[in-house]
Ligand binder design. Structure first.
Ligand code: N2P
Length: 382
């Protein structure tokens, strides 16, 4: 009895002490439970934790640490390899994710499947920082579910100085699919993205078809081109390929996302020569342009905190820090003044008009997705 009374007094004392701390951003340990947000007049109650699920190496983790410190919200962070992996997780009923980063076509698919929560983007103070070019996209009219994050393109990364590229950059998908091109390169290592729509679209571009085809015969032709090339490929990797395969010279050529290739360039950059080991080219047959988005799964239990985090990601300095780290252009116009000049002027990151003209968006292909799934199973299975 006495003991219980003592515990009660102790609890009251601790509560009073915590209240005295003010509970403001980055307050005492008590603040972590119910941090207040000054911008919302102290009314917003943030959750103690937020689960963020993103592409590999697609954020500056310092940005997460800063959010934790500023708002007392602990971030549980995890990464995925492709849109389809993310979709599979959500469809399997994975709960617990509060913030995800699907690409354009996948946003459309997820909206269709009822997997995304609605938001009021205009009500987020930092939404005004987003470039008009990225607002109100066809895959999410009115930004009813997601806010734009970063964008980029898909092409081919290649090892500078390799004699195979002496006559010029490997700027054709033939370098991934034509056995006469593959044969001399295969012993030195080739990687392709472990990503269904990306790899199938590369084959479709190579064959001169639309990357969004719903024609079964064209998809089968793409599958066959991939199966014929597959024995020449060393790896299917879309997560850590630039650090574990490119920078370490395990391969000489990779199907690659632009920012990942730029990271490999800068991570191997030699001050003395002014050169990095890895270069990036966009194939002449055409290539994918993508825009990734910040969205909230419909089953998130912490939607208010997720929206608060989305708004934080749209702060100009935060968005710029992410681009300066990932080498992917930001959809945030106000961030530009904080982005490194080297990045803003790099044609491998911000494509010049003649390259931009060759890029195409992936779109939601409707029921043809079952054909894509079937092709992918055949590709990965053999
Ligand atoms: C970064 C992944 C880029 C996102 N490693 C491709 N949509």
């Amino acid at each position: 009895m006495h003991k219980r009374f003592f515990v009660l007094i102790l609890m009251l004392f601790v509560a009073a002490a915590l209240a005295a701390c003010g509970g403001g951003p980055a307050g005492g340990p008590g603040a972590a439970e119910e941090p207040a947000d000054e911008t919302a007049g102290g009314e917003l109650q943030l959750a103690p934790e937020l689960s963020v699920y993103n592409w590999a190496d697609y954020i500056d983790e310092q940005v997460l640490a800063d959010y934790e410190e500023r708002y007392g919200v602990k971030i549980i962070y995890d990464t995925y390899a492709s849109n389809e992996d993310l979709l599979t997780k959500l469809q399997a009923g994975a709960s617990g994710y509060d913030v995800i980063f699907p690409s354009d076509y996948m946003v459309a698919q997820m909206i269709e499947l009822g997997l995304l929560a609605e938001i009021d983007a205009e009500a987020m103070p930092n939404f005004a920082n987003i470039s008009d070019v990225f607002k109100d996209p066809p895959y999410d009219p009115g930004n009813a579910h997601c806010t734009p994050y970063q964008w980029g393109m898909t092409g081919i990364a290649y090892r500078r100085g390799n004699p195979a590229f002496a006559e010029g950059p490997p700027n054709s998908w033939a370098y991934l699919f034509d056995p006469t091109r593959l044969e001399p390169l295969a012993p030195q290592g080739i990687n392709v993205l472990n990503d269904q729509r990306e790899l199938i679209s590369a084959a479709l571009f190579y064959l001169g078809y639309s990357p969004n085809t719903t024609n079964r015969t064209e998809l089968e032709a793409a599958r066959d081109v991939i199966l014929q090339a597959k024995p020449y490929w060393k790896t299917f990797n879309s997560e850590d390929y630039y650090s574990t395969l490119m920078e370490s010279d395990e391969i000489v050529l990779s199907h690659a996302w632009s920012g990942d290739a730029a990271q490999a360039f800068w991570n191997t950059y030699d001050e003395a020569t002014g050169e990095g080991n890895w270069l990036f080219t966009v194939p002449v047959e055409g290539a994918v342009r993508f825009a990734d988005n910040v969205c909230i799964p419909a089953n998130s239990q912490r939607q208010e905190t997720a929206r608060h985090f989305m708004n934080y990601l749209m702060e100009p300095e935060v968005a710029a820090a992410i681009t300066n780290f990932t080498f992917y252009p930001s959809a945030n116009e106000a961030a530009k003044e904080f982005i490194d000049e080297d990045i803003l002027t790099n044609p491998g990151i911000y494509p010049p008009p003649e390259v931009a003209a060759k890029l195409q968006w992936l779109e939601d292909v409707g029921d043809a997705i079952f054909d894509y799934d079937e092709m992918w199973t055949a590709i990965k299975g053999q």
